[in-house]
Design a protein around this ligand. Sequence first.
Ligand code: NAD
Length: 411
Amino acid sequence: MSGPVAPAPLPRAAITERPRPPPLLRATGSLTAAATGRIGGMVIGVPREIKAGEQRVALTGAGVRALCGAGHRVLVERDAGAGSAIRNDEYAKLGAEVTSVDEVWGGADLILKVKEPLPEEYPRMRDGQVLFTYLHLAPVPDLTRALVKAGVIAIAYETVQRADGSLPLLTPMSEVAGRLAVQEGAFYLAKAHGGRGILLSGVPGVPPGNVVILGAGTVGLNAAKTAVGLGADVSILDVNLDRLRYADDLFRGQVVTLYSTAYSIEQVAQRADLLIGGVLITGARAPLLVSAATIAQMKEGAVVVDVAVDQGGCIETIHPTTLFEPTYVVSGVVHYGVANMPALVPRTSTFALTNATLPYALELASRGVAPALRRNPALAKGVNIWRGRTVHPAVAHALGERATPLEALLG
Ligand SMILES: NC(=O)c1ccc[n+]([C@@H]2O[C@H](COP(=O)([O-])OP(=O)(O)OC[C@H]3O[C@@H](n4cnc5c(N)ncnc54)[C@H](O)[C@@H]3O)[C@@H](O)[C@H]2O)c1
């Protein structure tokens, strides 16, 4: 079945405004999970990530302490934190129940994850269960259909959006990915790694490498910081002149800012040793900015890192790769298309991500989902799927459907 499923009642724990636990219990982080579970809190599940190379986890010890202290029960899959160097006994000490994957998915009202569910996880999703994770649904309609079919409430980190347009749960991973894009690009520019044999900083008497960055958002500016720090020759392009003004002020003439057009991109690509794609149209497939013909005109051994590959990519010849096999070559140009780059530095990324997600997870758990969404418009923007209905306009558009307004579903 791929169409919308008939709305069924939500599990009470997921939707009702729940009573706040007594202050004494809330202030105590060391209560056992069984004790906190009995006071009417939500059950929160943290599965181990199973995507290839993914080592992040959606909750740290600080999160366990905060959620248990607020009266909730936290189920953490055994070894979920191992890749981020967080031990089972650390979670347990802070009040989590460290348990099996079946118990986590089967028992939780609210699942906290990092990456989207994979096909082997689809049968684990339950009607009315809340899934709070990165989803990036626009380029993967099959996953959207699976979420619709499962009847879950899917809240995507990447579309949680404040009134000023900022994306608080995408930002920390974009900061990591932007900085990594240059670090990884520099690695693959080495001859032994398939590249042109360029040291980005240059040396006295030899010019630095040329770095072109598409998009002056979070990824772009963080990439520029690292590239400027290395002493590279950096150009950054955007269609938003305010972003370019900001980059110009920030880097005080150390980067060249260019208005992004098909023509300007063709021109700069020919000079680039490292081309980084960091563009975004929120929720939508990334715009295709670099054609296969432009790639064919780039220097032999140049490297492209398309960070926007998680939204379909802005380079025609890019396809998603994994941390195990990050690159491939097209027209002599090394292509890097890792869709979960922050997983390369899971310890840093886990802490950066959970610093940002925890306040929202606490709000969902402590208020109940519907009240939290009514109260917090930024969080409401994160809802992509609500129990068989596609809510986010860009996600619905990618399926060729009309979105159902969330307000109509929240009542
Ligand atoms: N691969 C990964 O592991 C990874 C990790 C983090 C983020 N990302 C992705 O990186 C992308 C960028 O994220 P962000 O946080 O920097 O977004 P952002 O919104 O902060 O910045 C995107 C920028 O792209 C610009 N833009 C839009 N159309 C453009 C065009 N035609 N030419 C030039 N610029 C254009 C926007 O004006 C904006 O300044 C997203 O797709 C995000 O999901 C990927």
